[in-house]
Design a protein around this ligand. Structure first.
Ligand SMILES: Nc1ccccc1-c1cnco1
Length: 239
């Protein structure tokens, strides 16, 4: 997969060169290119924003630099991902969908956003997905871009050392993850649940599923379990 990121803060995306994403790059699974939007400005002040039509506070990112930038880095048929507080929520299903694309271009907006005509123009020749990473306000799309790239890149075949580890992760099966433990067996007077030391793999799997169901019902009743909605009945006598 090739990923291009356009931003006015290219240094913000430096972590993409480290750790997981860095390893993926070295393995040739991920080819990341970061571009400074101001490369496509032509005035002395390298202007990227202006006041909003219709008035209101803040500034809007001008269409011209974005249009030229996307003409340069967004090939026809690629997927433009625009981090946005008004985008579709990033969930594991969307991460999986984006992991199937050959080429992602991320447009990181700042200020009050990017002139809407930029998205409309790109949509005439590319898939455009406005994506939210959560219901809270950020100063710009860069932090969201890091989240999106990591969530997508780790799903690329060959990216994770042990692909089986992807199967049991939170949200992969619609449930939150069960609690995990490691040595020592007793720590500050707290014991590891005995079932985990029993060697009874069936009992361990059952305990882990029950813990995942319990956590999901307690913390995220909004998550619909693929098999069935998690209900209080699942926890009858457990809570
Ligand atoms: N708040 C923001 C401001 C600018 C670009 C993206 C966001 C965003 C993305 N997901 C949540 O917020």
């Amino acid at each position: 997969m090739r990923v291009d990121v356009v931003t006015i803060f290219p240094e913000y995306l430096a972590p993409l060169g480290l750790s997981l994403a860095g390893r993926a790059r070295d393995a040739g699974l991920l080819d990341v290119h970061v571009h400074d939007l101001r490369s496509w400005t032509h005035d002395r002040h390298r202007t990227v924003d202006d006041t909003p039509y219709g008035g209101g506070a803040g500034m809007v990112m001008k269409p011209e630099p974005w249009g030229e930038a996307l003409d340069a880095v967004l090939p026809d048929g690629a997927t433009l991902v625009v981090p946005s507080p008004s985008g579709e929520p990033l969930r594991q299903a969307l991460a999986r969908e984006l992991a199937g694309r050959e080429h992602l271009v991320l447009a990181c907006g700042r200020y009050e956003g990017i002139d809407q005509r930029v998205v409309e123009d790109a949509a005439t020749r590319a898939e455009v997905r406005e994506v939210s990473v959560g219901d809270y306000v950020l100063n710009g799309g860069e932090a969201a871009a890091l989240v999106i790239v990591e969530a997508v890149a780790r799903l690329l075949p060959g990216f994770m050392g042990n692909p089986d580890s992807l199967l049991e992760e939170s949200h992969e099966d619609g449930l939150l993850e069960y609690p995990v433990y490691t040595r020592p067996a007793t720590w500050r007077g707290r014991e590891v649940p005995p079932v985990l030391l029993s060697g009874d793999h069936g009992a361990i799997a059952a305990w882990r599923h029950e813990q995942a169901v319990r956590r999901t019902a307690e913390r995220r009743p909004d998550l619909a379990h693929p098999a069935r909605a998690v209900t209080s009945g699942d926890l009858e006598g457990h809570l």
